[in-house]
Structure formats: structure tokens, C-alpha cells
Design a protein around this ligand. Structure first.
Ligand code: SF4
Length: 443
């Protein structure tokens, strides 16, 4: 298999799940955001909602996929038994299957992954492995869709638990986005007609953390996809082509990136899909440079300036690094903000023992802490609260999907229809072709 520069997390066992179980039974100090996290995830798969954890209070859209019942032999198996069954099934399948694990995935699952990374790194891994018959994606639904877009036509992309959605991605529903586009057309005039300067009224930009339907919408309407690593470059691309940007679903990534580029806050109105004109006035939208969709990540929204102040008071010299999905005041108060890859590299490249307070998902933070014992690394949020949708992929589901493959059955396949996939690939290709602008020359 091609060597990819992804985090090898299989050397250690910083299990957040074990910590949650210990807190729930009282055998360890600390707190978790929801005691129900210690319960079996299949107890929540048949009821609407994201289940316990950071996104518990988020509204789940109607029509979100529900996971069917997991057979009892998986629900009742011990952790050791599930581990052995996964190892045996994987050995039986050999190179026919590749397992991808997201940075935020629980350790009990990630230890079986062939590749570990962020959503885009894993989608690229799927693209680089055309010979595997099946790609088991231990992440969330939009990631499996992106892997399906980039993988070879005959490959089956499998999401072990269909209930593993992403509440942020689900905040930009395609019907709401189409409705927003119509309202903007009423306001700005035809959206596909450039003005005298060759600029379109508005360019749609979607974060990678969005459904394939949204990526397809963007591709059809002259827009582009971005990641947390390349958001600035992508916004530069969009500003070269349009008067304004409609950015979704994450308002915080959009605001933090545009602010760093010098866009004033009063030229970044919010679009709340439940209000007429998104809750902004026509004048505000006319003057806008970036229209921010009212979406957020419930994991990264938990980080606060108070947590940073406390970390600085208790750990003089601490370096605070946060993800750009955090709210703007948190990003402004941090020493550094960047994607999971930026966070990971900052820690890896520190030559002296350093204390890091990190504002991102706890599974990644604890894994980094275990891999870099020379540093002191802790999560800014003292409450053990994983991404609750990612957390739905329990080893029982992984064992089930693999053993079904051994038996010749493909379950939980994620397929993006061609009518959506074709324009979505256009939007992804625009992103891949987009390179940072060279700094302006001074004479
Ligand atoms: S951490 Fe946030 S953006 Fe990432 S999958 Fe979980 S809910 Fe979605």
C-alpha cells in the first residue's frame, strides 16, 4: 500500500471510552458531558437524534439515515472478543479491504485502521487505494460520501454505523440552501451573470464537512469546496471570481478565515435559514463580503476564552492551539489556530518539552498526549466529551461489517448518485487545482 503521511496511532492506548466508563462507575475522578455515553451506542440507534455527547441538543434532520439493529452476538460480545473477531476478519479479507480511521475516532476502532487522518487525508487515501474491493470508513457520513466520490467506481465504501452523521454538516440542508440561493437571486439579480468587472454576485463555498448534495450544489453554481487547511486560499479563489461569498456550513471557520484576511466583521452577516433573508437586511446582504451560514460544530463550540485564561493561570508558558471551528474570541485568544494537521505538526515539531493546551476533539488530544510523553498535552475543555456522532462507531459495528464482508455481503454501503457526484467532483477538483496566491511583489 502507498505510504501516506498520516498519524500512526496504533502504538498506544489512550482510550477515551475507558475513561468515560471509569468516570461513569465512579472508579475515576473527572466529569463527562453525558453519563449515557457509557451505555451501548445501539441503544440510541433506533431513536431520532444524535445520541449522547456534544451534539445531543442539535436538531437531527428528518430523513437522516437510521442504523438497523446490530445482531446480539456483537452487542453482547466483550471488548476482547470483538477485538479478536475484527483482527480475524481483517486477516481473512487481506488486501481486499482497507480500514480508514478519523483522528476523532475512538481508540478501540482506530487501532484497526490502516490509515488514520482527517477527512480529506482519508478521502485521498481512498483515492490512492483503487485495488481494495471495500473501504470501511470509520468516520461520519459526509466523509464516507467524499470517499465514494473519489474512490474507483467498483469500490464499496462502507460506514459501519449509518447513524454516524455530523450535526454540523446536517445544519446545511440542501432544500434550505436552494431556498437561500433563490432569495439571493431575487436580491442580487441573476447569479450566473458577471458584472462589468467580470465578477459574479456571489460564489458558494462549502466546507468539506458538508453533504455530497451541498458539494454538488456548489459545483453546479460555480463554487468550490474548502478544508480547514486551505480555507484562506479557497476564499482568495472565490474573491477573484465574485463580489461575495456564501460560506457554509461552519460560520466559525468562515468568520475566522475571512477576518484573518482583513474582512470587517460588519461585512459578514449570518444567514439563518429559518428567517426571511437569513435574518439580515437587504442592505447588509448587499454590502456583505462573506455571508455566513448559521452552522457550527458542537464539539468545537464548547471551547471558551475562560478555559484559555485558566490554562494560562495554571500552566505558565503553556502554548494554546485551537481548531478554526472554535468561536472567534477563542481563536483570537489562542497562540495558534489551525487544522488537525497543523495542531499535530506543531506538537511533533516542538524540540523542547512544552505544555500544550489543545482546543479540539478529545480522542485526538489524548492520542497526541500518549504519543508525545516528553510534552504535557491536555484538552482545553476539562469535561470528557467526544464527538458524539463519531462515537457511534463502536467496535461491534466494525466487527459486523467486516464479518459480513467475509461472508460475501456488503452492508451499509454509501453511494452518491451520479447526478450529485458529477458536480460535487467538479467542486472538489476546483479545490485541488487551487494554489495559494504568491505574495505581492514590492517594487
Ligand atoms: S467534530 Fe464536529 S464537525 Fe467533526 S464530525 Fe463531529 S460534529 Fe461533525
Amino acid at each position: 500500500m502507498p505510504a501516506l503521511n498520516l498519524l500512526d496511532s496504533r502504538r498506544i492506548d489512550p482510550s477515551v471510552d475507558h475513561e468515560i466508563q471509569a468516570i461513569a462507575t465512579g472508579s475515576a475522578a473527572g466529569s463527562t458531558c453525558d453519563a449515557d455515553l457509557a451505555a451501548a451506542p445501539w441503544d440510541f440507534d433506533t431513536v431520532p437524534g444524535y445520541g449522547p455527547g456534544a451534539s445531543l441538543g442539535d436538531v437531527i434532520p428528518t430523513g437522516s439515515p437510521l442504523q438497523g439493529a446490530l445482531p446480539a452476538s456483537y452487542r453482547e460480545a466483550s471488548e476482547d472478543e470483538l477485538h479478536a473477531r475484527i483482527v480475524a476478519a481483517k486477516a481473512a479479507l487481506g488486501d481486499r479491504v482497507v480500514i480508514l480511521g478519523h483522528f476523532y475516532q475512538r481508540e478501540e476502532v482506530v487501532r484497526h485502521a490502516d490509515y488514520v487522518g482527517d477527512s480529506f487525508q482519508l478521502a485521498k487515501a481512498a483515492q490512492a487505494l483503487p485495488d481494495a474491493e471495500a473501504i470501511v470508513f470509520c468516520g461520519v457520513h459526509f466523509m464516507a460520501e467524499t470517499a465514494d466520490l473519489l474512490s474507483a467506481p467498483g469500490q464499496a465504501v462502507i460506514l459501519p454505523n449509518l447513524a454516524a452523521g455530523c450535526s454540523m454538516a446536517d445544519m446545511a440542508d440542501i432544500d434550505q440552501v436552494e431556498e437561500c440561493w433563490e432569495q439571493l437571486a431575487d436580491l442580487y439579480g441573476p447569479l450566473d451573470v458577471p458584472d462589468a468587472d467580470g465578477l459574479l454576485p456571489v460564489i458558494p463555498v462549502t466546507y468539506m464537512n458538508s453533504s455530497a448534495a451541498i458539494k454538488g450544489f456548489v459545483g453546479r453554481n460555480g463554487g468550490i469546496v474548502c478544508t480547514s487547511s486551505n480555507a484562506r486560499t479557497v476564499l482568495e479563489w472565490a474573491f477573484a471570481r465574485g463580489r461575495r461569498v456564501l460560506f457554509f456550513p461552519d460560520q466559525h471557520l468562515g468568520r475566522n478565515t475571512a477576518k484573518a484576511m482583513g474582512v470587517p466583521l460588519d461585512r459578514m452577516p449570518i444567514w439563518n435559514p429559518n428567517r426571511a433573508l437569513g435574518g439580515s437586511s437587504a442592505a447588509e446582504l448587499d454590502d456583505a463580503r462573506v455571508i455566513l451560514w448559521h452552522g457550527f460544530c458542537s464539539v468545537h463550540r464548547r471551547f471558551t476564552v475562560e478555559q484559555i485564561e485558566k490554562a494560562r493561570a495554571e500552566h505558565p508558558g503553556v502554548k494554546v492551539i485551537v481548531h478554526p471551528e472554535c468561536p472567534m474570541p477563542v481563536v483570537d485568544a489562542a497562540d495558534e489556530a489551525g487544522s488537525t494537521d497543523v495542531i499535530r505538526r506543531a506538537i511533533e515539531e516542538a524540540t523542547e518539552p512544552t505544555t500544550f493546551a489543545v482546543g479540539t476533539e478529545i480522542n485526538l488530544v489524548q492520542r497526541l498526549a500518549a504519543q508525545h510523553p516528553q510534552h504535557t498535552i491536555f484538552c482545553l475543555d476539562p469535561v470528557v466529551c467526544p464527538c458524539s456522532t463519531m462515537y457511534r462507531i463502536h467496535p461491534g459495528y466494525l466487527a459486523w461489517t467486516l464479518e459480513e464482508l467475509v461472508a460475501g455481503r456488503v452492508v451499509n454501503r454509501i453511494t452518491v448518485p451520479d447526478s450529485v457526484a458529477d458536480p460535487a467532483r467538479v467542486a472538489l477538483d476546483r479545490m485541488l487545482a487551487c494554489v495559494p496566491q504568491a505574495p505581492a511583489r514590492s517594487n
